[in-house]
Write a new protein. Structure first.
Ligand code: GLV
Ligand code: MN
Ligand code: MN
Ligand code: MN
Length: 413
């Protein structure tokens, strides 16, 4: 034994910078969307770092990547820690990467100290957490817990036209040395470190959030269809213009669908017009709706109001509307055993913290369906995330990793 395992902060910060080079954008963020060449390059680097330290790597049918450090007793299910490596199209360098690389730092810290654990510990990099390229998000953890099967996503086409099936196959093939394992292998518990992606920890001067629950998410795709026509010759009265219907619906969503509910969130992040010609009335307008709420019934009520507003707008323009749900992640809570463990670690490290709920969705919520799971949040500057300007102070990166190490060691003995 070489003493108590200790996070090597300098190494972790260096790794974060190395990974931020993969898919780096001009504005200092990253574009490393799921199953892209950049995502594959990040997986390659992580796999190489793992192999260099003597850890074994595995993949499952949805390309979740696992790095295993053996314990004394191979019969015990491993403890899982990690996050994701994929990013938003104009994402930051910490969303996902922090939790994945801090988890890998935990393995390295244990290795440096020659610290044996009873059960193995595995780092996971979940596939397609973001859902920005291929909807829905958290595909990897959903498949891991059996809430979905990779086949369910075979026909998903990306916003860039890429085909999920082909990109998944190419990603799996990019790590030929990884041993294939069945989906959903037995684990004992799960911990994930992530940036808060909101401003509260920074504002309150806290080092960490002990995440007790995650609010729910629904994703809708709304398509208004009307009649294409000549912009110069078709009088307004005769049009069936899906653009007019769609914008009327959007207006209605903002002014009456979300009244006085401070907890409700509604975002239209994608909007497309077909055929997209300056002098043609469009025949089709499609937009996405992202709805969030901590309460399941409110989520359902908001979805119903969105649907009613869209149907009313379609009717008013003699258009038709189709609405499909591509993602339904109910709100859920984490294990008290695990949150207590994180809290005890924060106290032991004398880090000021609070218990809080997550506004963003995370793989941990799906994993929590099968084993005790919880999350640690660290502050990010001005609460900014899903933005290239995302930034985390080095001290917060390191404290997050220290907390993850402590809570993990408590969980595996
Ligand atoms: C995760 O990226 C989310 O949108 O909550
Ligand atoms: Mn994330
Ligand atoms: Mn994200
Ligand atoms: Mn996320």
């Amino acid at each position: 034994m070489k003493g108590r395992p200790k996070v090597n902060g300098e190494r972790l910060l260096r790794r974060l910078s190395e990974f931020a080079e993969i898919g780096k954008t001009n504005a200092g963020g990253v574009n490393r969307q799921a199953l892209s060449n950049e995502d594959r390059a990040a997986r390659r680097l992580l796999a190489d770092l793992a192999t260099a330290r003597g850890f074994k790597i595995f993949q499952d049918a949805i390309a979740n990547l696992f790095i295993r450090r053996e314990g004394r007793n191979a019969a015990l299910p491993p403890m899982l820690i990690g996050s994701h490596l994929d990013s938003q199209p104009t994402g930051g360098r910490f969303d996902g990467a922090l939790g994945t690389l801090a988890a890998f730092e935990v393995l390295e810290a244990l290795e440096d100290a020659g610290h044996e654990t009873e059960a193995a510990i595995e780092v996971v990099a979940w596939t397609n957490e973001e859902g920005s390229r291929f909807a829905p998000g958290v595909m990897g953890s959903m498949a891991f817990v059996g809430a979905a099967h990779p086949d369910d996503f075979q026909s998903v086409i990306a916003s860039d036209g890429a085909n999920f099936r082909e990109e998944l196959a190419a990603t799996l093939a990019a790590l030929p040395e990884a041993e294939m394992r069945p989906l959903g292998t037995l684990i004992s518990a799960y911990l994930e470190l992530h940036i808060e992606q909101g401003p509260s920890l920074e504002r309150e001067g806290l080092a960490a959030g002990v995440v007790t629950a995650v609010q729910g998410t629904r994703w809708l795709t709304v398509t208004f269809s009307g009649s294409a026509g000549h912009a110069g010759t078709t009088s307004l009265a005769y049009r069936r213009d899906p653009m007019v219907a769609a914008t009327a619906a959007l207006n209605q969503l903002q002014i009456s669908v979300m009244p006085q509910d401070e907890d409700a969130r509604l975002t239209v992040g994608r909007f497309s017009v077909h055929p997209g010609s300056i002098n043609a009335i469009p025949d089709r307008v499609t937009f996405t709706v992202d709805i969030r709420h901590p309460d399941a019934a409110s989520l359902t009520a908001i979805e119903a109001r969105v649907r009613a507003a869209c149907e009313e707008a379609a009717l008013s323009q003699r258009c038709s509307v189709e609405i499909s749900t591509s993602f339904d992640m109910p709100p859920g809570s984490f294990s008290k055993v695990m949150t207590d463990r994180i809290e005890a670690a924060a106290r032991a490290l004398e880090l000021p913290y609070k218990r809080m709920i997550s506004g963003a969705f995370h793989d941990a919520l799906f994993v929590a369906r099968v084993v005790p799971a919880a999350m640690i949040f660290v502050p990010c500057r001005d609460g900014i995330s899903h933005n290239e300007a995302e930034y985390v102070e080095p001290v917060d990166v390191i404290n997050g990793a220290r907390l993850l190490l402590e809570a993990t060691m408590e969980s595996v003995s």
